[in-house]
Design a protein around this ligand. Structure first.
Ligand code: SF4
Ligand code: SF4
Length: 112
């Protein structure tokens, strides 16, 4: 079964995506491509593109609500890894997932 996030991507094109400075690949043990991030304060960075008003992560390929892919999926920051989709939670939901989908005109997964 295809991961439903692959036909969504709304959260990647709505929210600021925080990256800890220690997570970028210019640091020992870091994996997130540093050149895909921008500084945001002393200890944090943001995924490039999410610092702007019309946020869209620079690593997001495709069309939101149709077909998307994360170009750095294996190297994505912890804030992405720790952001559950509502379909993953089953009971209860992630309101931020539901909100992102609603803004892009998609139903929350709990309504399926
Ligand atoms: S790094 Fe990947 S999963 Fe995280 S916001 Fe960007 S496109 Fe989405
Ligand atoms: S908004 Fe929810 S369903 Fe859509 S990509 Fe993000 S986590 Fe997945």
């Amino acid at each position: 079964m295809q991961n439903p996030c692959q036909s969504c991507g709304a959260c990647c094109a709505l929210y600021k995506v925080v990256v800890l400075t220690s997570e970028t690949n210019d640091q020992a043990g870091g994996i997130v491509p540093e050149d895909l991030t921008v500084p945001s304060g002393r200890k944090k960075r943001l995924m490039k593109g999410t610092e702007t008003f019309s946020k869209r992560c620079a690593a997001l390929d495709g069309t939101v609500g149709a077909k998307v892919a994360c170009r750095v999926y294996a190297q994505r920051p912890s804030s992405c890894r720790n952001f559950p989709a509502s379909w993953e939670i089953r009971r209860g939901s992630n309101p931020l997932c539901d909100r992102a989908r609603a803004i892009y005109g998609m139903l929350p997964f709990e309504s399926y």
